[in-house]
Write a protein that binds this ligand. Structure first.
Ligand SMILES: Nc1ncnc2c1ncn2[C@@H]1O[C@H](COP(=O)(O)OP(=O)(O)OP(=O)(O)O)[C@@H](O)[C@H]1O
Length: 593
Protein backbone atom coordinates (compact mmCIF):
# COMPACT_ATOMS: atom_id res chain seq x y z
CA UNK A 1 0.00 0.00 0.00
CA UNK A 2 1.12 3.50 -0.77
CA UNK A 3 2.01 5.76 2.10
CA UNK A 4 -0.82 7.87 3.35
CA UNK A 5 -0.79 11.42 4.72
CA UNK A 6 -3.24 13.39 6.79
CA UNK A 7 -4.55 15.29 3.78
CA UNK A 8 -5.02 12.27 1.52
CA UNK A 9 -8.20 10.20 1.70
CA UNK A 10 -7.48 6.54 2.29
CA UNK A 11 -8.59 4.20 -0.45
CA UNK A 12 -10.37 1.05 0.58
CA UNK A 13 -8.59 -2.13 -0.43
CA UNK A 14 -11.61 -4.35 0.20
CA UNK A 15 -15.06 -2.90 -0.28
CA UNK A 16 -17.93 -3.92 1.89
CA UNK A 17 -19.71 -7.09 0.99
CA UNK A 18 -22.47 -9.10 2.56
CA UNK A 19 -19.97 -11.43 4.26
CA UNK A 20 -18.76 -8.54 6.36
CA UNK A 21 -22.33 -7.92 7.48
CA UNK A 22 -22.48 -11.61 8.39
CA UNK A 23 -19.30 -11.05 10.35
CA UNK A 24 -20.99 -8.34 12.33
CA UNK A 25 -23.72 -10.91 12.89
CA UNK A 26 -21.06 -13.10 14.50
CA UNK A 27 -20.56 -10.44 17.18
CA UNK A 28 -24.32 -10.10 17.67
CA UNK A 29 -24.98 -13.86 17.89
CA UNK A 30 -24.15 -14.39 21.59
CA UNK A 31 -26.78 -11.76 22.47
CA UNK A 32 -29.57 -13.16 20.34
CA UNK A 33 -31.29 -14.80 23.35
CA UNK A 34 -31.44 -11.51 25.22
CA UNK A 35 -32.51 -9.66 22.09
CA UNK A 36 -35.25 -12.22 21.49
CA UNK A 37 -36.58 -11.72 25.02
CA UNK A 38 -36.66 -7.94 24.58
CA UNK A 39 -38.29 -8.39 21.20
CA UNK A 40 -41.06 -10.52 22.69
CA UNK A 41 -41.66 -7.81 25.31
CA UNK A 42 -41.78 -5.11 22.66
CA UNK A 43 -44.08 -7.10 20.41
CA UNK A 44 -46.48 -7.91 23.23
CA UNK A 45 -46.50 -4.24 24.17
CA UNK A 46 -47.18 -3.10 20.63
CA UNK A 47 -49.84 -5.78 20.07
CA UNK A 48 -51.61 -4.48 23.19
CA UNK A 49 -51.28 -0.82 22.19
CA UNK A 50 -52.87 -1.79 18.90
CA UNK A 51 -56.07 -2.25 20.90
CA UNK A 52 -56.22 1.38 22.00
CA UNK A 53 -57.67 2.70 18.68
CA UNK A 54 -60.18 -0.15 18.88
CA UNK A 55 -61.19 1.12 22.35
CA UNK A 56 -61.66 4.61 20.89
CA UNK A 57 -63.86 3.18 18.14
CA UNK A 58 -65.91 1.27 20.72
CA UNK A 59 -66.32 4.39 22.82
CA UNK A 60 -67.43 6.49 19.86
CA UNK A 61 -69.66 3.95 18.17
CA UNK A 62 -71.11 2.16 21.21
CA UNK A 63 -70.50 3.47 24.75
CA UNK A 64 -70.95 7.23 24.07
CA UNK A 65 -74.20 6.79 22.08
CA UNK A 66 -75.42 4.37 24.82
CA UNK A 67 -74.16 6.74 27.58
CA UNK A 68 -72.46 3.69 29.20
CA UNK A 69 -70.11 5.38 31.71
CA UNK A 70 -68.95 2.07 33.25
CA UNK A 71 -67.91 0.80 29.83
CA UNK A 72 -65.95 4.01 29.16
CA UNK A 73 -64.19 3.84 32.58
CA UNK A 74 -63.33 0.18 31.97
CA UNK A 75 -61.71 1.04 28.63
CA UNK A 76 -59.81 3.97 30.19
CA UNK A 77 -58.41 1.62 32.87
CA UNK A 78 -57.40 -0.93 30.19
CA UNK A 79 -55.74 1.85 28.23
CA UNK A 80 -53.83 3.00 31.32
CA UNK A 81 -52.61 -0.54 32.06
CA UNK A 82 -51.50 -1.05 28.49
CA UNK A 83 -49.59 2.23 28.49
CA UNK A 84 -47.97 1.32 31.83
CA UNK A 85 -46.91 -2.07 30.45
CA UNK A 86 -45.47 -0.37 27.33
CA UNK A 87 -43.49 2.08 29.44
CA UNK A 88 -41.98 -0.77 31.49
CA UNK A 89 -41.12 -2.71 28.33
CA UNK A 90 -39.55 0.38 26.79
CA UNK A 91 -37.47 1.02 29.92
CA UNK A 92 -36.26 -2.60 29.92
CA UNK A 93 -35.42 -2.37 26.25
CA UNK A 94 -33.37 0.80 26.62
CA UNK A 95 -31.53 -0.55 29.65
CA UNK A 96 -30.73 -3.96 28.20
CA UNK A 97 -30.02 -2.95 24.63
CA UNK A 98 -27.69 -0.16 25.63
CA UNK A 99 -25.66 -2.75 27.53
CA UNK A 100 -25.78 -5.22 24.63
CA UNK A 101 -24.69 -2.52 22.17
CA UNK A 102 -21.79 -1.47 24.38
CA UNK A 103 -20.73 -5.09 24.95
CA UNK A 104 -20.59 -5.73 21.22
CA UNK A 105 -18.69 -2.51 20.66
CA UNK A 106 -16.23 -3.50 23.37
CA UNK A 107 -15.65 -6.86 21.67
CA UNK A 108 -15.09 -5.35 18.23
CA UNK A 109 -12.73 -2.78 19.74
CA UNK A 110 -10.89 -5.48 21.65
CA UNK A 111 -10.36 -7.54 18.46
CA UNK A 112 -9.22 -4.45 16.63
CA UNK A 113 -6.75 -3.44 19.31
CA UNK A 114 -5.45 -7.00 19.73
CA UNK A 115 -4.82 -7.17 16.01
CA UNK A 116 -3.06 -3.81 16.05
CA UNK A 117 -0.69 -5.20 18.67
CA UNK A 118 0.42 -7.86 16.18
CA UNK A 119 0.72 -5.75 13.07
CA UNK A 120 4.30 -5.21 11.95
CA UNK A 121 6.25 -1.96 11.98
CA UNK A 122 5.57 -1.61 8.27
CA UNK A 123 1.84 -1.14 8.92
CA UNK A 124 2.55 1.80 11.22
CA UNK A 125 5.14 3.18 8.80
CA UNK A 126 2.52 3.48 6.08
CA UNK A 127 -0.11 5.71 7.65
CA UNK A 128 -0.55 8.52 10.16
CA UNK A 129 -1.22 7.12 13.61
CA UNK A 130 -4.25 9.37 14.02
CA UNK A 131 -5.94 7.42 11.24
CA UNK A 132 -5.44 4.21 13.17
CA UNK A 133 -6.77 5.81 16.35
CA UNK A 134 -9.92 7.04 14.67
CA UNK A 135 -10.81 3.50 13.68
CA UNK A 136 -10.46 2.13 17.19
CA UNK A 137 -12.30 4.97 18.91
CA UNK A 138 -14.66 6.90 16.64
CA UNK A 139 -15.58 4.37 13.97
CA UNK A 140 -16.38 1.69 16.50
CA UNK A 141 -18.37 4.20 18.59
CA UNK A 142 -20.39 5.12 15.56
CA UNK A 143 -21.79 1.59 15.44
CA UNK A 144 -23.35 2.14 18.84
CA UNK A 145 -26.72 3.37 17.63
CA UNK A 146 -27.11 0.57 15.13
CA UNK A 147 -26.21 -2.12 17.65
CA UNK A 148 -28.06 -0.73 20.66
CA UNK A 149 -31.34 0.15 19.02
CA UNK A 150 -31.25 -0.19 15.28
CA UNK A 151 -31.38 -3.97 14.91
CA UNK A 152 -33.97 -4.57 17.61
CA UNK A 153 -36.18 -1.62 16.71
CA UNK A 154 -36.22 -2.70 13.12
CA UNK A 155 -37.18 -6.29 13.85
CA UNK A 156 -39.84 -5.11 16.29
CA UNK A 157 -41.13 -2.55 13.85
CA UNK A 158 -41.27 -5.06 11.02
CA UNK A 159 -43.45 -7.26 13.23
CA UNK A 160 -45.47 -4.19 14.22
CA UNK A 161 -46.02 -3.43 10.59
CA UNK A 162 -47.45 -6.90 10.06
CA UNK A 163 -49.76 -6.50 13.08
CA UNK A 164 -50.91 -3.11 11.88
CA UNK A 165 -51.58 -4.37 8.38
CA UNK A 166 -53.68 -7.21 9.79
CA UNK A 167 -55.66 -4.74 11.94
CA UNK A 168 -56.03 -2.37 9.01
CA UNK A 169 -57.23 -5.08 6.62
CA UNK A 170 -59.67 -6.34 9.24
CA UNK A 171 -60.99 -2.77 9.70
CA UNK A 172 -61.28 -1.74 6.04
CA UNK A 173 -59.53 -3.49 3.12
CA UNK A 174 -60.48 -0.64 0.78
CA UNK A 175 -58.85 2.06 2.91
CA UNK A 176 -55.81 -0.21 3.48
CA UNK A 177 -55.18 -0.56 -0.26
CA UNK A 178 -55.33 3.23 -0.64
CA UNK A 179 -52.76 3.54 2.11
CA UNK A 180 -50.44 0.94 0.52
CA UNK A 181 -50.36 2.87 -2.77
CA UNK A 182 -47.69 5.13 -1.25
CA UNK A 183 -45.20 2.30 -0.68
CA UNK A 184 -43.87 1.75 -4.26
CA UNK A 185 -43.10 5.48 -4.50
CA UNK A 186 -41.10 5.27 -1.30
CA UNK A 187 -39.17 2.19 -2.46
CA UNK A 188 -38.11 3.89 -5.71
CA UNK A 189 -37.02 6.95 -3.75
CA UNK A 190 -34.93 4.85 -1.35
CA UNK A 191 -33.15 3.01 -4.16
CA UNK A 192 -32.24 6.27 -5.89
CA UNK A 193 -31.01 7.85 -2.66
CA UNK A 194 -28.99 4.85 -1.48
CA UNK A 195 -25.94 5.32 -3.70
CA UNK A 196 -25.54 8.99 -2.81
CA UNK A 197 -25.94 8.25 0.89
CA UNK A 198 -23.31 5.54 0.87
CA UNK A 199 -20.78 7.66 -1.01
CA UNK A 200 -21.41 10.61 1.28
CA UNK A 201 -20.84 8.57 4.44
CA UNK A 202 -17.62 7.13 3.03
CA UNK A 203 -16.39 10.62 2.26
CA UNK A 204 -17.36 11.78 5.73
CA UNK A 205 -15.43 8.93 7.39
CA UNK A 206 -12.35 9.78 5.30
CA UNK A 207 -12.50 13.44 6.25
CA UNK A 208 -12.91 12.54 9.91
CA UNK A 209 -9.87 10.30 9.63
CA UNK A 210 -7.80 13.06 7.98
CA UNK A 211 -8.75 15.55 10.66
CA UNK A 212 -7.88 13.12 13.41
CA UNK A 213 -4.54 12.32 11.79
CA UNK A 214 -3.65 16.00 11.67
CA UNK A 215 -4.68 16.62 15.26
CA UNK A 216 -2.55 13.70 16.44
CA UNK A 217 0.41 14.87 14.36
CA UNK A 218 0.07 18.45 15.59
CA UNK A 219 -0.05 17.40 19.23
CA UNK A 220 3.04 15.23 18.82
CA UNK A 221 4.84 18.02 17.05
CA UNK A 222 3.66 20.93 19.20
CA UNK A 223 7.13 21.76 20.48
CA UNK A 224 8.56 22.05 17.00
CA UNK A 225 5.50 24.05 15.94
CA UNK A 226 6.00 26.59 18.71
CA UNK A 227 9.76 26.70 18.25
CA UNK A 228 9.31 27.56 14.58
CA UNK A 229 6.28 29.79 15.25
CA UNK A 230 4.14 27.77 12.88
CA UNK A 231 0.93 28.04 14.92
CA UNK A 232 -0.91 30.18 12.34
CA UNK A 233 -0.08 27.84 9.47
CA UNK A 234 -1.17 24.87 11.55
CA UNK A 235 -4.47 26.55 12.36
CA UNK A 236 -4.93 27.22 8.65
CA UNK A 237 -4.35 23.56 7.76
CA UNK A 238 -6.59 22.49 10.62
CA UNK A 239 -9.36 24.84 9.51
CA UNK A 240 -9.20 23.58 5.97
CA UNK A 241 -9.39 19.93 7.12
CA UNK A 242 -12.13 20.78 9.60
CA UNK A 243 -14.13 22.59 6.91
CA UNK A 244 -13.79 19.59 4.58
CA UNK A 245 -15.07 17.40 7.39
CA UNK A 246 -17.93 19.81 8.06
CA UNK A 247 -18.86 19.86 4.38
CA UNK A 248 -18.76 16.08 4.11
CA UNK A 249 -20.74 15.71 7.32
CA UNK A 250 -23.44 18.18 6.23
CA UNK A 251 -23.77 16.41 2.90
CA UNK A 252 -24.10 13.00 4.54
CA UNK A 253 -26.62 14.29 7.06
CA UNK A 254 -28.51 16.08 4.29
CA UNK A 255 -28.99 12.80 2.45
CA UNK A 256 -30.02 11.13 5.68
CA UNK A 257 -32.61 13.78 6.40
CA UNK A 258 -34.04 13.47 2.92
CA UNK A 259 -35.55 10.16 3.94
CA UNK A 260 -37.83 11.12 6.80
CA UNK A 261 -39.63 14.09 5.13
CA UNK A 262 -40.38 11.86 2.14
CA UNK A 263 -41.95 9.27 4.43
CA UNK A 264 -43.97 12.08 6.09
CA UNK A 265 -45.05 13.47 2.75
CA UNK A 266 -46.26 10.12 1.45
CA UNK A 267 -47.95 9.50 4.78
CA UNK A 268 -49.81 12.85 4.66
CA UNK A 269 -50.90 12.34 1.05
CA UNK A 270 -52.19 8.81 1.63
CA UNK A 271 -53.88 9.85 4.88
CA UNK A 272 -55.65 12.69 3.04
CA UNK A 273 -56.86 10.23 0.41
CA UNK A 274 -58.05 7.89 3.14
CA UNK A 275 -59.99 10.79 4.74
CA UNK A 276 -61.57 11.79 1.46
CA UNK A 277 -62.57 8.22 0.58
CA UNK A 278 -63.58 7.44 4.19
CA UNK A 279 -65.75 10.57 4.55
CA UNK A 280 -67.41 9.94 1.16
CA UNK A 281 -68.17 6.37 2.34
CA UNK A 282 -69.76 7.75 5.55
CA UNK A 283 -71.74 10.34 3.58
CA UNK A 284 -72.77 7.56 1.17
CA UNK A 285 -74.73 5.95 3.98
CA UNK A 286 -72.11 3.69 5.56
CA UNK A 287 -72.95 0.73 3.28
CA UNK A 288 -69.22 -0.02 3.06
CA UNK A 289 -69.14 -0.43 6.85
CA UNK A 290 -67.12 2.80 7.39
CA UNK A 291 -68.48 4.67 10.38
CA UNK A 292 -67.01 7.77 12.08
CA UNK A 293 -65.48 5.48 14.74
CA UNK A 294 -63.99 3.21 12.07
CA UNK A 295 -62.49 6.19 10.25
CA UNK A 296 -60.94 7.58 13.47
CA UNK A 297 -59.60 4.10 14.33
CA UNK A 298 -58.23 3.64 10.82
CA UNK A 299 -56.41 6.97 10.75
CA UNK A 300 -54.83 6.04 14.11
CA UNK A 301 -53.59 2.85 12.46
CA UNK A 302 -52.26 4.78 9.47
CA UNK A 303 -50.08 6.94 11.68
CA UNK A 304 -48.79 3.75 13.33
CA UNK A 305 -48.24 2.21 9.90
CA UNK A 306 -45.89 5.00 8.78
CA UNK A 307 -44.09 5.18 12.09
CA UNK A 308 -42.35 1.77 11.69
CA UNK A 309 -41.66 2.57 8.06
CA UNK A 310 -39.89 5.69 9.26
CA UNK A 311 -37.90 3.60 11.76
CA UNK A 312 -37.00 1.06 9.09
CA UNK A 313 -35.92 3.88 6.78
CA UNK A 314 -33.85 5.25 9.68
CA UNK A 315 -32.35 1.82 10.21
CA UNK A 316 -31.48 1.66 6.56
CA UNK A 317 -29.68 4.97 6.97
CA UNK A 318 -27.83 3.68 10.03
CA UNK A 319 -26.78 0.56 8.12
CA UNK A 320 -25.41 2.69 5.29
CA UNK A 321 -23.55 4.83 7.80
CA UNK A 322 -22.30 1.81 9.70
CA UNK A 323 -21.12 0.13 6.51
CA UNK A 324 -18.72 2.97 5.79
CA UNK A 325 -17.23 2.48 9.26
CA UNK A 326 -17.41 -1.30 9.26
CA UNK A 327 -15.44 -1.61 6.05
CA UNK A 328 -12.61 0.35 7.66
CA UNK A 329 -12.82 -1.62 10.89
CA UNK A 330 -12.78 -5.00 9.16
CA UNK A 331 -10.09 -3.82 6.78
CA UNK A 332 -7.86 -3.24 9.81
CA UNK A 333 -8.80 -6.54 11.45
CA UNK A 334 -8.06 -8.30 8.15
CA UNK A 335 -4.75 -6.55 7.62
CA UNK A 336 -2.30 -9.43 7.20
CA UNK A 337 0.23 -9.86 9.97
CA UNK A 338 3.20 -10.12 7.64
CA UNK A 339 5.72 -10.68 10.38
CA UNK A 340 4.32 -13.63 12.19
CA UNK A 341 5.20 -17.18 13.22
CA UNK A 342 5.58 -19.60 10.33
CA UNK A 343 3.06 -22.47 10.53
CA UNK A 344 5.89 -24.85 11.45
CA UNK A 345 7.73 -22.35 13.66
CA UNK A 346 9.68 -23.87 16.55
CA UNK A 347 10.75 -22.35 19.86
CA UNK A 348 14.12 -20.65 19.68
CA UNK A 349 16.42 -22.65 21.95
CA UNK A 350 18.40 -20.75 24.56
CA UNK A 351 20.48 -18.33 22.51
CA UNK A 352 24.27 -18.66 22.78
CA UNK A 353 24.93 -15.74 20.47
CA UNK A 354 26.43 -16.47 17.05
CA UNK A 355 24.82 -14.33 14.37
CA UNK A 356 24.93 -14.68 10.59
CA UNK A 357 23.56 -12.42 7.90
CA UNK A 358 23.52 -14.53 4.76
CA UNK A 359 23.13 -12.52 1.52
CA UNK A 360 20.42 -10.37 3.04
CA UNK A 361 18.59 -7.92 0.79
CA UNK A 362 15.90 -5.70 2.25
CA UNK A 363 13.70 -2.81 1.17
CA UNK A 364 11.04 -0.85 3.02
CA UNK A 365 9.39 0.10 -0.22
CA UNK A 366 9.28 -2.06 -3.31
CA UNK A 367 12.14 -1.39 -5.68
CA UNK A 368 14.21 0.71 -3.26
CA UNK A 369 16.65 -1.70 -1.59
CA UNK A 370 18.19 -0.39 1.61
CA UNK A 371 20.41 -3.41 2.27
CA UNK A 372 21.92 -5.14 -0.73
CA UNK A 373 23.24 -8.66 -0.37
CA UNK A 374 24.67 -8.12 3.11
CA UNK A 375 26.63 -10.99 4.67
CA UNK A 376 28.60 -11.16 7.90
CA UNK A 377 29.30 -13.53 10.77
CA UNK A 378 29.50 -12.68 14.46
CA UNK A 379 30.93 -15.06 17.05
CA UNK A 380 29.28 -15.71 20.37
CA UNK A 381 30.05 -13.00 22.91
CA UNK A 382 31.46 -10.48 20.45
CA UNK A 383 30.72 -6.77 20.66
CA UNK A 384 29.98 -5.42 17.22
CA UNK A 385 29.86 -1.72 16.54
CA UNK A 386 27.98 -0.46 13.53
CA UNK A 387 28.96 2.95 12.24
CA UNK A 388 28.39 4.90 9.08
CA UNK A 389 26.68 7.97 7.71
CA UNK A 390 23.12 8.94 8.53
CA UNK A 391 20.57 6.87 6.65
CA UNK A 392 23.14 4.24 5.70
CA UNK A 393 21.11 1.31 7.04
CA UNK A 394 22.55 0.69 10.53
CA UNK A 395 19.21 0.59 12.33
CA UNK A 396 17.79 -1.49 9.50
CA UNK A 397 20.40 -4.19 10.13
CA UNK A 398 19.52 -4.51 13.81
CA UNK A 399 15.78 -4.33 13.06
CA UNK A 400 16.15 -7.40 10.90
CA UNK A 401 17.97 -9.18 13.70
CA UNK A 402 14.89 -8.90 15.92
CA UNK A 403 12.74 -9.69 12.88
CA UNK A 404 10.76 -6.49 13.05
CA UNK A 405 10.67 -6.80 9.26
CA UNK A 406 11.08 -9.79 6.96
CA UNK A 407 14.02 -9.85 4.56
CA UNK A 408 13.33 -9.66 0.82
CA UNK A 409 15.88 -12.41 0.24
CA UNK A 410 18.68 -14.10 2.12
CA UNK A 411 18.39 -15.07 5.74
CA UNK A 412 19.38 -14.08 9.25
CA UNK A 413 20.59 -16.87 11.51
CA UNK A 414 21.18 -16.96 15.23
CA UNK A 415 23.14 -19.99 16.44
CA UNK A 416 22.66 -21.40 12.97
CA UNK A 417 18.87 -21.20 13.25
CA UNK A 418 17.00 -19.22 10.58
CA UNK A 419 15.07 -16.68 12.68
CA UNK A 420 12.10 -16.71 10.30
CA UNK A 421 11.52 -20.30 11.38
CA UNK A 422 11.26 -19.67 15.12
CA UNK A 423 8.43 -18.11 17.10
CA UNK A 424 8.68 -14.36 17.50
CA UNK A 425 8.03 -14.64 21.21
CA UNK A 426 10.89 -17.07 21.85
CA UNK A 427 13.21 -14.93 19.74
CA UNK A 428 12.38 -11.48 21.07
CA UNK A 429 12.25 -12.45 24.73
CA UNK A 430 15.93 -13.39 24.49
CA UNK A 431 16.99 -10.11 22.94
CA UNK A 432 17.43 -6.79 24.67
CA UNK A 433 16.70 -3.94 22.30
CA UNK A 434 17.25 -0.33 23.05
CA UNK A 435 15.82 1.64 20.20
CA UNK A 436 16.80 5.09 19.02
CA UNK A 437 13.44 6.40 20.21
CA UNK A 438 13.63 5.91 23.97
CA UNK A 439 9.89 5.70 24.40
CA UNK A 440 8.60 6.24 27.91
CA UNK A 441 5.11 5.07 28.85
CA UNK A 442 2.89 6.87 31.34
CA UNK A 443 3.35 5.31 34.77
CA UNK A 444 6.14 5.13 37.30
CA UNK A 445 9.83 4.91 36.50
CA UNK A 446 9.78 1.46 38.09
CA UNK A 447 7.03 0.38 35.66
CA UNK A 448 8.93 1.76 32.74
CA UNK A 449 12.09 -0.18 33.49
CA UNK A 450 10.09 -3.29 34.37
CA UNK A 451 8.58 -3.16 30.90
CA UNK A 452 11.67 -5.14 29.85
CA UNK A 453 10.71 -8.04 32.09
CA UNK A 454 7.42 -7.97 33.91
CA UNK A 455 8.55 -10.61 36.42
CA UNK A 456 11.61 -8.66 37.55
CA UNK A 457 11.76 -7.81 41.24
CA UNK A 458 12.28 -4.26 42.51
CA UNK A 459 15.85 -5.20 43.38
CA UNK A 460 16.51 -6.37 39.82
CA UNK A 461 15.07 -3.15 38.43
CA UNK A 462 17.29 -1.11 40.74
CA UNK A 463 20.34 -3.19 39.83
CA UNK A 464 19.73 -2.56 36.11
CA UNK A 465 19.30 1.16 36.80
CA UNK A 466 22.54 1.22 38.78
CA UNK A 467 24.41 -0.55 35.96
CA UNK A 468 23.45 2.15 33.49
CA UNK A 469 24.08 4.90 36.05
CA UNK A 470 20.41 5.92 36.16
CA UNK A 471 19.98 5.20 39.86
CA UNK A 472 21.31 8.54 41.12
CA UNK A 473 19.05 10.78 39.10
CA UNK A 474 16.05 8.55 39.80
CA UNK A 475 16.67 8.81 43.56
CA UNK A 476 16.81 12.58 43.26
CA UNK A 477 13.25 12.67 41.92
CA UNK A 478 10.47 13.33 44.43
CA UNK A 479 9.26 9.73 44.70
CA UNK A 480 12.34 7.91 43.48
CA UNK A 481 11.40 4.85 41.44
CA UNK A 482 7.72 5.52 42.13
CA UNK A 483 7.84 8.94 40.46
CA UNK A 484 5.11 9.24 37.87
CA UNK A 485 6.21 10.15 34.37
CA UNK A 486 4.02 11.17 31.48
CA UNK A 487 3.64 9.45 28.17
CA UNK A 488 6.78 10.06 26.09
CA UNK A 489 8.53 11.02 29.33
CA UNK A 490 8.02 14.73 28.85
CA UNK A 491 9.29 15.56 32.33
CA UNK A 492 12.58 13.75 31.75
CA UNK A 493 15.60 14.96 29.86
CA UNK A 494 16.50 13.11 26.66
CA UNK A 495 19.56 11.61 28.36
CA UNK A 496 17.46 10.45 31.34
CA UNK A 497 15.00 8.80 28.98
CA UNK A 498 17.89 7.03 27.28
CA UNK A 499 19.16 5.71 30.58
CA UNK A 500 15.73 4.39 31.55
CA UNK A 501 15.37 2.66 28.17
CA UNK A 502 18.85 1.30 28.59
CA UNK A 503 17.98 -0.21 31.97
CA UNK A 504 14.81 -1.63 30.42
CA UNK A 505 16.82 -3.37 27.68
CA UNK A 506 19.22 -4.86 30.24
CA UNK A 507 16.58 -6.09 32.63
CA UNK A 508 15.71 -9.07 30.52
CA UNK A 509 19.22 -10.44 30.91
CA UNK A 510 19.29 -10.77 27.13
CA UNK A 511 21.54 -13.17 25.23
CA UNK A 512 21.89 -10.59 22.49
CA UNK A 513 21.90 -6.89 23.27
CA UNK A 514 21.16 -4.23 20.68
CA UNK A 515 21.91 -0.62 21.54
CA UNK A 516 20.92 1.93 18.93
CA UNK A 517 22.43 5.29 19.79
CA UNK A 518 22.07 4.34 23.44
CA UNK A 519 24.29 7.04 24.86
CA UNK A 520 24.12 9.80 22.27
CA UNK A 521 22.54 12.28 24.70
CA UNK A 522 24.41 11.31 27.84
CA UNK A 523 27.18 13.48 29.25
CA UNK A 524 30.71 12.22 28.85
CA UNK A 525 31.29 11.69 32.57
CA UNK A 526 28.21 9.50 32.97
CA UNK A 527 29.07 7.71 29.75
CA UNK A 528 32.55 6.78 30.95
CA UNK A 529 31.12 5.47 34.23
CA UNK A 530 28.41 3.63 32.35
CA UNK A 531 30.93 2.11 29.96
CA UNK A 532 32.78 0.49 32.88
CA UNK A 533 29.64 -1.15 34.21
CA UNK A 534 28.67 -2.16 30.76
CA UNK A 535 32.01 -3.76 29.87
CA UNK A 536 31.44 -6.10 32.77
CA UNK A 537 27.90 -6.78 31.71
CA UNK A 538 28.66 -7.36 28.05
CA UNK A 539 31.15 -10.10 28.81
CA UNK A 540 29.95 -13.33 27.19
CA UNK A 541 27.01 -11.56 25.57
CA UNK A 542 26.77 -10.80 21.88
CA UNK A 543 26.02 -7.15 21.41
CA UNK A 544 25.44 -4.73 18.57
CA UNK A 545 26.13 -1.10 19.28
CA UNK A 546 25.21 1.62 16.85
CA UNK A 547 26.95 4.88 17.56
CA UNK A 548 27.83 8.11 15.87
CA UNK A 549 30.21 9.09 18.70
CA UNK A 550 33.17 6.86 17.94
CA UNK A 551 34.59 7.25 21.47
CA UNK A 552 31.97 4.80 22.69
CA UNK A 553 32.86 1.93 20.39
CA UNK A 554 36.59 1.87 20.14
CA UNK A 555 36.84 -1.17 22.38
CA UNK A 556 34.46 -3.22 20.22
CA UNK A 557 35.69 -6.56 18.92
CA UNK A 558 34.70 -5.53 15.43
CA UNK A 559 33.52 -2.32 13.85
CA UNK A 560 31.42 -2.51 10.69
CA UNK A 561 31.25 0.59 8.53
CA UNK A 562 27.93 0.60 6.69
CA UNK A 563 27.17 2.66 3.61
CA UNK A 564 25.33 2.30 0.32
CA UNK A 565 23.38 -0.64 1.63
CA UNK A 566 26.38 -2.75 2.47
CA UNK A 567 29.30 -3.24 4.83
CA UNK A 568 32.12 -1.27 3.31
CA UNK A 569 34.77 -2.02 5.95
CA UNK A 570 35.05 -4.27 9.00
CA UNK A 571 37.74 -4.80 11.58
CA UNK A 572 38.96 -3.62 14.97
CA UNK A 573 39.45 0.08 15.66
CA UNK A 574 43.19 -0.23 15.17
CA UNK A 575 42.87 -2.29 11.98
CA UNK A 576 40.46 0.18 10.44
CA UNK A 577 42.61 3.15 11.35
CA UNK A 578 45.61 1.44 9.82
CA UNK A 579 43.61 0.84 6.64
CA UNK A 580 43.07 4.60 6.27
CA UNK A 581 39.73 4.09 4.59
CA UNK A 582 36.22 5.31 5.35
CA UNK A 583 36.37 4.63 9.08
CA UNK A 584 39.68 6.46 9.30
CA UNK A 585 38.15 9.49 7.57
CA UNK A 586 35.19 9.44 9.93
CA UNK A 587 37.44 9.12 12.95
CA UNK A 588 39.67 11.93 11.80
CA UNK A 589 36.67 14.17 11.12
CA UNK A 590 35.56 13.70 14.73
CA UNK A 591 38.91 14.05 16.44
CA UNK A 592 40.70 16.56 14.26
CA UNK A 593 37.83 18.75 13.15
N1 LIG B 1 10.16 2.80 7.93
C1 LIG B 1 10.83 3.16 6.85
N2 LIG B 1 10.21 3.22 5.66
C2 LIG B 1 10.88 3.58 4.56
N3 LIG B 1 12.19 3.88 4.53
C3 LIG B 1 12.85 3.84 5.69
C4 LIG B 1 12.21 3.47 6.90
N4 LIG B 1 13.11 3.51 7.89
C5 LIG B 1 14.27 3.88 7.32
N5 LIG B 1 14.12 4.08 5.99
C6 LIG B 1 15.15 4.44 5.03
O1 LIG B 1 16.14 3.43 5.08
C7 LIG B 1 17.43 4.00 5.06
C8 LIG B 1 18.23 3.44 6.23
O2 LIG B 1 17.64 3.88 7.43
P1 LIG B 1 18.26 3.49 8.83
O3 LIG B 1 17.34 4.00 9.86
O4 LIG B 1 18.61 2.07 8.83
O5 LIG B 1 19.58 4.37 8.78
P2 LIG B 1 20.67 4.57 9.91
O6 LIG B 1 21.98 4.23 9.29
O7 LIG B 1 20.31 3.87 11.15
O8 LIG B 1 20.58 6.14 10.07
P3 LIG B 1 20.84 7.03 11.38
O9 LIG B 1 22.29 7.06 11.64
O10 LIG B 1 20.35 8.36 10.93
O11 LIG B 1 20.04 6.46 12.48
C9 LIG B 1 17.25 5.48 5.09
O12 LIG B 1 17.51 5.95 3.78
C10 LIG B 1 15.82 5.73 5.43
O13 LIG B 1 15.31 6.77 4.65
Amino acid sequence: MARNRYDVDETLEDHFDINQLKRLGGYVKPYLGKMFFIMVLMLSSSALTMLIPKFVQLEMDRYIPQKDMNGIIRLVIYTFLIVLYSVICMWLKIDQMTKVGQDIIHEIREDLFAHLQELPFSYYDERPHGKIQVRVVNYVNNLSDLLSNGILNTITDLCNLIFILIFMFCTSPKLTWICLCGLPVLIIYVVVLKRKQRASWQLQSNKQSNLNAYIAESINGIRVTQAFVREKENIKIFNSLSMSYRKAWLKAVYYNFMMSPMVDLISVITTSFVYVVGVSCILGGGRSGVTVGVLVMFTAYISRFWQPINTIAGFYNSVLTAISYLERIFETIDEPVEVTDAPDAVEMPEIRGTVDFDHVTFSYEDGIPILKDVSFHVDQGQTIAIVGPTGAGKTTIVNLLSRFYNTDSGCVRIDGQDISKVTLHSLRTQMGVMMQDSFIFSGTIMDNIRYGNKTATDEEVIRAAKTVRAHDFIMQMEDGYQTQVNERGSRLSVGQRQLISFARALLNDPAILILDEATSSIDTETEIALQKGLDELLKGRTSFIIAHRLSTIQGADRIMYVDNGNIMEAGSHEELLARKGLYYDLYMSQYQG
